[in-house]
Design a protein around this ligand. Structure first.
Ligand code: 5CA
Ligand code: ZN
Length: 409
């Protein structure tokens, strides 16, 4: 699929620091250890009702991961999927009398426009499931051939034993896994499954549903295997980061990792499993099924500066579940104005210590609040005429905020 266009990233003096990031699987903040090219897979949208502020917050968190690696001198190979065929998309299309292909294309395009406006660096490979059916079916066939999958009526399931490590990513107990599986698209109670937690790999053709001919018969892929295959074929195994919102911790990322590990015999799928917290509105997780959504495109249509949206979403730790309230945007707009005033001044307090502090804060598990506070302090000193008058400072602050926080002043 076509990705979206990349914003310029200014080069900063000096070198960035290694990024430390919380890893769900080991319950620790640990250094990421990329090679020359860092490899990251971030789960993409299911394209209906895009892009709400919860989505945006999650993609912004991983945008900062990419920016930290670039600043530290790495190249980044970033892959993201689009779940452009799945039950929730078909349900929405049917409920609203739309063609599911058109719905998916329209929402994916809106997502691209929103990401561009928010200055999110694009994935190198933006990959739809529909365009990947053959490679996913090949993966299912291999799991069947290796006895790591089995047929149940017209469908195909993966055995949870297939990877030998099931459960390490989420660290949930069996009963927690069972509850979440039922809640998030799994079918623990289906008769005939070998284990209630076995995940659907391939859904055989049903009347009235889209399906494709394939090496494992007609049908369509299950959710988790799509991400395993799309990630593995482009990035290999032991990728640096597998990312998504915390609702993907289980079952999605557990099963995606298990399928990829069962396919390759290699472990782990990812060196870090990173999860962003959920954005809530009125006390409830913002979600398509609840319908309590604030859309990036609606805010843009109301002439809200996308940089204020970005700044508002970054003003909170990415791992914390947080509430979107009416006051967040005006606060971000005021802050943006203060920063813009300070970087258009002829001089300001020296910027190198600010750059150092922003690097330090962001590479410490993406402490955006700390980074924003460092820029606030500089802007306040500048406005008050404190701390020196370096004519090079405003330009360096502008580049720092642009390259590391992705905010164009
Ligand atoms: N297509 C799958 C992943 S393969 C999917 O989860 N799509 S999604 O459209 O439902 O979500 C896209 C991303 O946004 C996921 O990483 C999800 O965890 C994240 N997300 C969804 N709702 C919220 C929310 N309220 N707050 C933060 N992130 C969210
Ligand atoms: Zn995914």
């Amino acid at each position: 699929m076509q990705s979206w266009s990349a914003p310029e990233v200014p080069t900063l003096p000096g070198v960035g620091r290694p990024l430390r990031l919380y890893d769900t699987a080991t319950d620790q903040v640990r250094a990421t250890t990329p090679g020359d090219t860092a490899r990251i897979y971030v789960c993409g949208i299911t394209p209906y009702d895009a892009t709400h502020l919860g989505h945006a917050a999650t993609y912004l968190a991983f945008d900062l991961v990419q920016r930290m690696w670039l600043d530290a001198g790495h190249q980044v190979h970033y892959v993201q999927n689009v779940t452009d065929i799945d039950d929730p998309l078909l349900d929405r299309a049917e409920a609203t009398g739309q063609d599911w292909v058109e719905l998916a294309q329209r929402e994916t395009e809106l997502f691209r426009q929103d990401m561009t406006a928010l200055r999110v660096l694009p994935p190198r490979d933006y990959v739809g499931v529909v365009e990947s059916i053959d490679e996913i079916a090949d993966g299912v066939a291999k799991l069947l051939a290796d006895s790591k999958a089995y047929r149940l009526e017209e469908d195909i399931y993966a055995t949870v034993e297939g990877s030998g490590k099931f459960g390490y990513e989420s660290r949930y107990t069996e009963s927690e896994m069972l509850a979440l599986f039922a809640e998030r698209g799994g079918d623990p109670d289906r008769p005939g499954k070998r284990d209630p937690l076995d995940a659907l790999l391939w859904r055989g053709r049903r009347d009235g549903e889209p399906s494709w001919e394939s090496v494992v018969g007609p049908g369509r892929p299950g959710w988790h295997i799509e991400c395993s295959v799309i990630a593995r074929s482009r990035l290999g195994m032991q990728i640096d980061v597998q990312g998504g919102g915390s609702d993907l911790r289980f079952p999605h990322h557990e099963h995606s990792a298990a399928h990829a590990e069962a396919l390759t015999g290699q472990w782990p799928f990812a060196k870090h499993y990173a999860h962003a917290g959920m954005i809530a509105l009125d006390g409830e997780k913002m979600s398509k099924s609840r319908g309590n959504l604030v859309f990036v495109s609606k805010l843009r249509a109301a002439r809200v500066d996308p940089m204020a949206i970005r700044l508002a979403l970054l003003d909170g730790h990415y791992r914390a579940d947080r509430e979107w309230t009416g006051g967040r945007l005006p606060a971000a707009e005021r802050r943006l104005e203060n920063w813009r005033t300070a970087v258009t001044a002829d001089a300001g307090p020296p910027a190198e210590p600010v750059l150092e502090l922003v690097r330090q804060r962001l590479t410490d598990d993406l402490d955006t609040e700390g980074a924003i506070a460092a820029v606030d302090d500089w802007a306040a000193d500048s406005a008050a005429g404190r701390g020196g008058a370096d004519p090079a400072a405003p330009a360096l602050i502008r580049d720092t905020v642009d390259a590391l926080l992705g905010i164009e002043l």
